[in-house]
Design a protein around this ligand. Structure first.
Ligand code: 5AD
Ligand code: SF4
Length: 480
């Protein structure tokens, strides 16, 4: 039995769940996730939770007795997409009803948290709404939905949802692949003035070290080789260390790195002000910690950074990057950017371009500012015109794309460690990732899936690299 079982479930609960799985009719579950990686993780945990209830996952909404949309509220477009998706699902529900099949539609995630019961007003086909801190109640909600309408569960319960979650079976882990997400921290206390996260995901909280280590062990024993530790502000992690104190993210990484069979650790997303000295040192000392860091800066102008409530200046970020690179010279950086924050002038925007030039990013996400109700940014009067935002976004993206291509091409001719994750597009090919998160395709046997091998990069395409598995691989001992 896995450590996670020990932590999350008393034996009575397990027996009852196992009993339900046997006695319950097989039902189909379709979960669609939008937005960030944490939603992907949450969706998996929802599927894990419903498996003992007799729900098997399907990839077709039309086949599903229960449809869960795990939603994202970060930008207006993301939220609007949910309502258009719900419109389509309503049609699926009526079609199934016409052939006598019942369908329950559940809205989960951050739109659920932000909109609550309002969702029923906009889409009557929805049966239940469940926020990101209460989805452990999904099995109970679905039972209640048989007889009740308009169910909403968006409390931030005093007891942690993680205490109620069910570990995945080894078969489920294998299906999901060799790279897995593990949420270690949730919520955010930073209150950047554009961001809804502190409202939808709540206050910052960290899972205890022992619980995370046990979850990683369960994953690795089922074949996972890489974990990405997730948190909205992951480097603010301070989970209980079992000795009455709190562990930092660096300490957590060290504990996780000791898991036999685990090859790689990543973490995302970080705030520059929480890049502590021990975390920077971990990038130098911890071989399993990958030399790739997503460190959002959002903007390059001090005036805009202040208005965004980021609490650091442009020069602080540049100095921090220099410090990180001194510790780990080959580290590759990525970032998030927002253009057109209220009050952003051409000069402010050029300061963002200037910062990008000075730092050099391997990859990045960039967005037009989107006012979110309830955040301080949305009340500001000097909103930037949409057309100006669009032009700035294109200019920024052109620069970031040039840097990404240059970074990819610079690797041609070198040998990098690739973790192979899956079969490639063509027979005889396999696909994996470099330490810097680039996709690599190579000729190779499917036996190499789940292994890290030195690969010579022979060419760079626009979205992936092409490599040759080094001949020395055959003689190399692969850690088990
Ligand atoms: N408008 C545009 N982009 C936003 N982000 C967060 N909130 C907004 C918003 N209101 C971006 C930030 C963040 C990423 C996850 O989404 O860049 O880092
Ligand atoms: Fe949002 Fe990140 Fe700022 Fe927290 S640190 S408020 S999650 S942008």
């Amino acid at each position: 039995m896995s450590g996670l079982n020990d932590l999350h479930e008393g034996p009575g609960v397990l027996t009852e769940a196992a009993h339900r799985a046997e006695s319950a009719p097989r039902r189909r579950l379709f979960i669609q996730s939008f937005g960030c990686q944490m939603n992907v993780y949450d969706a998996q945990r929802m599927a894990d939770l419903l498996a003992p209830e007799g729900y098997a996952e399907t990839s077709q909404a039309e086949d599903a007795d229960v449809i869960v949309l795990n939603t994202c509220h970060i930008r207006e477009r993301a939220a609007e997409k949910i309502f258009s998706e719900l419109g389509k699902l309503r049609a699926v529900k009526s079609e199934r009803a016409a052939s006598g099949r019942d369908t329950k539609i559940v809205v989960a995630g951050c739109v659920a948290q932000a909109e609550g019961g309002e969702i029923f007003r906009r889409q009557k086909a929805v049966d239940a709404v469940v926020g990101p801190q209460s989805y452990h109640r999904l099995p109970e909600l679905l039972r209640r939905a048989e007889t009740e309408r308009g169910l909403v569960e968006t409390e931030f319960p005093a007891q942690d949802k993680f205490d109620f979650l069910v570990p995945p079976t080894p078969e489920q882990v294998r299906k999901r692949g060799v790279s897995a997400f593990v949420t270690v921290q949730e919520g955010c206390d930073k209150f950047c003035s554009f961001c809804v996260v502190p409202y939808t995901r709540g206050a910052e909280s960290s899972r205890p070290v022992a619980e995370i280590v046990a979850e990683v062990k369960t994953l690795v024993s089922a074949g996972v080789r890489e974990v990405t530790l997730l948190g909205q502000n992951v480097n603010a992690y301070h989970g209980a260390n079992g000795a009455g104190g709190a562990a930092s993210l660096a300490e957590l990484c060290a504990r996780i790195a000791a898991t036999p069979g685990l090859a790689r650790i990543r973490y995302t997303t970080s705030h520059p002000n929480d890049m502590s000295a021990d975390l920077i040192a971990a990038h130098r000392d911890e071989a399993a910690l990958m030399p790739f860091l997503h460190l959002p800066v959002q903007a390059g102008s001090d005036r805009i950074l202040a208005a965004m409530n980021r609490k650091h200046k442009s020069a602080d970020y540049v100095a921090l990057v220099a410090e990180i690179r001194a510790a780990r010279p080959d580290i590759a950086l990525s970032s998030d950017f927002i253009v057109g924050f209220p009050g952003e002038t051409e000069a402010d925007f050029e300061a963002t371009l200037d910062l990008v030039e000075r730092v050099g990013f391997a990859s990045a996400f960039s967005f037009k500012y989107s006012p979110r109700l309830g955040t301080p940014g949305s009340d500001l009067e000097n909103q930037v015109e949409e057309s100006v935002k669009s032009t700035r976004l294109s200019r920024l993206q052109a620069l970031l794309e040039a840097q990404r291509q240059a970074f990819n091409h610079a690797l041609v001719g070198s040998v990098v460690e690739v973790l192979f994750e899956k079969p490639g597009r063509h027979p005889g090919q396999i696909a994996g990732k470099t330490p810097y998160m680039q996709a690599v395709h190579a000729e190779g046997s499917a036996d190499l899936i789940g292994e890290t091998c030195p690969v010579e990069i022979v060419a760079a395409g626009s979205n992936s690299l092409f490599g040759r598995v080094a001949p020395s691989r055959a003689a190399r001992e692969v850690p088990i």
